[in-house]
Design a protein around this ligand. Sequence first.
Ligand SMILES: [Zn+2]
Length: 467
Amino acid sequence: MSIRLFDSKEQAVRAFIPRESGRVGMYVCGPTVQSSPHVGHLRSALVYDQLRRWLTHQGLAVTMVRNVTDIDDKVLDNANADEPWWALAYRMEREFNAAYSALRIQAPTYEPRATASIPEMIALIERLIERGHAYASTDGSGDVYFDTHSFAAYGALTNQGVDAMDAAADADPRGKKNPTDFALWKGHKSGEPESASWSTPWGAGRPGWHIECSAMATKYLGSAFDIHGGGLDLRFPHHENELAQSAAAGDDFAGYWLHNGLVNIGGQKMSKSLGNSFFAADLLAAQRPIVVRYFLGSAHYRSTLELHETALAEAASAFERIEGFLSRATRAGLTATTTVPAAFAEAMDDDLGVPTALAVVHDTVRAGNTALDATDSANGAAAAGEVRAMLDALGLNPESPEWADGSAAGDAALGALDTLITSLLEARAAARANKDFATSDRIRDDLAAAGITIEDTPDGAHWSFHG
Ligand SMILES: [Zn+2]
């Protein structure tokens, strides 16, 4: 096995060697459930789903933890009298999970909520205070800060010196020693709900964002684990601070740091302040989920993904070419799944090179179509078997049970539709045989208007939905 990954702490591609042979522990920063998921959230979750699937494909047993940040300033800010913070957080968590499921992003091994790990956060803060890397504010606010000047390695993840950093903006500066010191614990403020307050040795309050992930990652994966992932926008300060807290407390923490690129809309970084946020629901309404998965996963995970209508339409046609070949092979009775070609595996092993891997998929589809055109079913079958194996590895096999509707009603509706369309196709064939082209064209046009594409092949006409 020769998987290589770009470790953004070392700023280099490194051979991936799990700490324990055959096993991988992976922590991915999940959403702060303050508002509906946007396209950037989907892309980030999808990238780590692709990685997890590939590591699993290569024989590794992956334990993946992705958290839910359900207590945070932003969650409290967006709550109101009609919807308390915990109700808002849970409603948004369900929206995220629905969007993940639509894209067949597999559920993590475990998905901890921050509010369920408060004792572990308090214990970690106590260790930091004992070691001289954290201090409780002396102004009675109940705040506890990480002392950035006490830890020489602070800045190691993003390679910055503490003196060059901006002030930490994660809390009101109540009794801070240094502007860069960041909040580990935020003392309860008047006006904040009592339900968002936990008691500690230094007063009641709630956790800072960064300590949540340090505590949850080590609670479920141990003090040392293999991969820490998240969006590039989390690299500083969030991940820098996670690393500082855990390393200063004496934990080895993550062996490899991975960061996925962001999503650009109309050339601008997506952010709500720019008013160009694109919600997951909008994208899922614009295209079939499997096409959205293909599109969001088609750029290299470290590159910026450009989202515009042309790119989405191109992704839809590219994916339809793959689907067209697979249904053609299936109709010819070539239904086997074999193994991925060596070039595909090499691309995926090389820092998850999905664009190169997808080029192998499209080359194989072209070769398979050429073989079927020449009624060469041996090579057609070989190509179809490889295409299915590659799509399975990417979570994109439209024939796989994970993409089946699964509902009895859906199956029954599809069966009824097939009966009706088959009957129309027979009427069309009869009209053509009688040289009644007005009728045969009308049937074809009616079906097209209903979103049905007819393909005439040597073994009869076949129908499919067009995108
Ligand atoms: Zn995090």
